[in-house]
Write a protein that binds this ligand. Sequence first.
Ligand SMILES: C[S@@+](CC[C@H](N)C(=O)[O-])C[C@H]1O[C@@H](n2cnc3c(N)ncnc32)[C@H](O)[C@@H]1O
Length: 188
Amino acid sequence: MNLIKDRLIRVSKKYKFLRDFVFEGCQSMAIFFCAAFYGEHDAIYALTHNVPEVTLIDIDEEKMNEMKNIYPTNWEFITGDAPQIASRFLKEGKTFDIVTCDPWSPYTPKILNEYFVDFWKLANKYFMVGGCDLEYFYTPYNVSPDKESLEKYLLKLWNKKVKLEYMFKASSIGGGCYYMMFEGGSKK
Ligand SMILES: C[S@@+](CC[C@H](N)C(=O)[O-])C[C@H]1O[C@@H](n2cnc3c(N)ncnc32)[C@H](O)[C@@H]1O
């Protein structure tokens, strides 16, 4: 497991899915859809930036159990359906400084079109949505992968002014797979 952790740290230094500035003053993080690559896109950044309170959520029980051997024992591990857990957190009035969602690409349109506000409202500072492909979201929903188009789409859909902090193309899969970091919506 230490070998996996070392590899994750090396990869995180190269790719920077979460940039250093988002961790300034960060006290808590909820990482939804965290497990398939052991947190290569998200959880490893919480570890290397020493975030004090971290909650990991994924539906894959086996992978979650393996992750318990990589990450600190005082982190919270919740196995279950991400939208259901987000809605439970909302009802409980829970918020986190950073919230991330990194589903498989075919699921990402559901995050943006059905659950966006539920997750966004949990985030005090930043909210990341990953795994967003041209093939599954941008092309079918007629949105260009740029700040202005995405903000306009979300405003029209949700009637909320959502600010995109940064986006980047993480790979060329599906015509281009994008990660988007939004300003959090807990106070909106
Ligand atoms: C792209 S992978 C996540 C990769 C992960 N962020 C990483 O860096 O290792 C997508 C994840 O979504 C999880 N998943 C799929 N459906 C889910 C659901 N309804 N609720 C929670 N997790 C789900 C899968 O088990 C898988 O781990």
